[in-house]
Design a protein around this ligand. Structure first.
Ligand code: NAP
Length: 363
């Protein structure tokens, strides 16, 4: 359908999420990475040299990326004018600096699709999971008008820890079973902390029961994702109350969540819930977007699944895998959900956002 691939940039290209972009985009039918940027530590080096001691992917660095010279991410003036948009996987000490940096790209007319949390609470910035709230991209013209941007904008994807249960919850709400309350306990992989991340002495034979800022994100971000587009930006849906505990566990990739849910009124049967999950399809599947999983929610009957090692790569790491649905003595039901944090929860999720934005004419 597309004659020429669009040239894209990855900023923060040398980190864990950045490396995932390089890996996942190496055979992408619509996009090709032609620009990489990171900190002044990597500036001026070839990409291969910059990641020489920290390449974590299971594939070799693609040949067409190895010799790209790393740009300093703040040096926007020297970006190739052919770049159509930027994937941001940047991590700066201050969120305000990330906000400003991403807005500077947008000011320059370059759309930014970000993994960083800096703009997740900016009301005129959409926070998209394409299976759930694709209509939130309609806030982009409001953002462009508010800020005087011509064709640039910032769009973000939400936190990795909520990915495994948001589609299961949304699909139930869409089927008419409104959720009232949830208690979520996550067991999050070490790759979620970036590279070098958490020290091995803290992680081996251990569980760390605190991840800074994560519980706040997982209690608040769903409210924006389930919200509606208003005149000035997204209006949150605060009808669900969420309480979460987030822990770091010695797993390389794949965030697991144990979820208890209470419905507002109508309570579905177990068979209905499994049927709703298995038959759930949305815009990415209807549009056959290249990075869309065929079946966004996979339900496994085996009582010892999902497991990170066995299930995180389901449907190229883009499906969420759910199991252990059972009655809860305190709430109505409980289940275990899993998603790949650096694919569905980061680079893959953002690539799907870019595909949606391209199909809908925003880039
Ligand atoms: P990371 O491994 O620490 O990588 C950070 C990247 O930012 C590197 O490319 C680094 O470049 C660059 N950087 C650091 N300081 C910089 C500076 N002063 N100026 C310009 N560039 C700078 O982090 P990550 O795990 O990939 O995460 C990246 C972002 O995605 C974070 O906002 C994170 O919260 C978010 N995220 C991560 C995950 C996950 O599972 N890991 C999931 C969802 C969202 P150098 O190599 O040159 O230092």
């Amino acid at each position: 359908m597309m004659r020429e691939k669009l040239s894209v940039s990855v900023i923060g290209a040398t980190g864990i999420v950045g490396q995932n972009y390089i890996k996942l985009l190496r055979n992408h039918p619509w996009f090709q990475v032609t620009d990489v940027a990171a900190s002044s530590r990597s500036e001026g080096k070839s990409y291969a040299e910059a990641v020489r001691n920290k390449w974590q992917m299971s594939v070799n660095i693609p040949e067409n990326i190895k010799n790209l010279i790393v740009r300093e991410a703040h040096d926007i003036d020297s970006i190739d004018p052919q770049i159509k948009f930027v994937f941001s996987a940047i991590n700066l000490p201050s969120k305000e600096d990330v906000k400003e940096l991403e807005l500077n790209y947008a000011r320059k007319g370059i759309p930014v699709i970000s993994n960083n949390s800096a703009h997740r609470w900016t009301p005129d910035v959409p926070m998209i999971i394409p299976e759930i709230n694709p209509e939130h991209i309609n806030v982009i013209p409001i953002q462009q008008k508010n800020r005087g941007f011509s064709k640039g904008f910032v769009a973000v994807k939400p936190n990795c820890s909520i990915q495994s249960y948001m589609a299961p919850i949304y699909s139930l709400q869409k089927a008419g079973y409104k959720v009232d309350k949830m208690i979520v306990s996550t067991l999050q992989a070490v790759s979620g902390a970036g590279y070098p991340g958490v020290s091995s002495l803290d992680m081996i034979d251990n569980i760390v029961p605190f991840i800074g800022g994560e519980e706040e994100k997982s209690e608040m971000e769903p409210l924006k994702i389930l919200g509606t587009v208003g005149e000035k930006g997204i209006i949150n849906d605060d009808s669900i109350k969420i309480s979460s505990t987030c822990t770091r566990v010695p797993v390389t990739d794949g965030h697991t969540a144990c979820v208890n849910i209470k419905f507002q009124e109508k309570i579905p049967s177990k068979d209905e819930i499994i049927d709703i999950w298995r038959s759930f399809r949305a815009i990415p599947q209807e549009l056959s977007l290249p990075y869309a999983p065929e079946q966004p929610i996979i339900y496994l009957e085996n009582e010892n699944r999902p497991q990170p090692k066995k299930d995180r790569d389901n449907d190229k790491g883009m499906a969420v895998t759910v199991g252990r649905l059972r009655k809860d003595q305190v709430f109505d039901y409980k289940f275990v959900a899993l998603s790949h944090n650096t694919i569905r929860g980061a680079a893959g999720g953002a690539i799907l956002n870019a595909e949606l934005l391209l199909k809908k004419g925003f880039i």
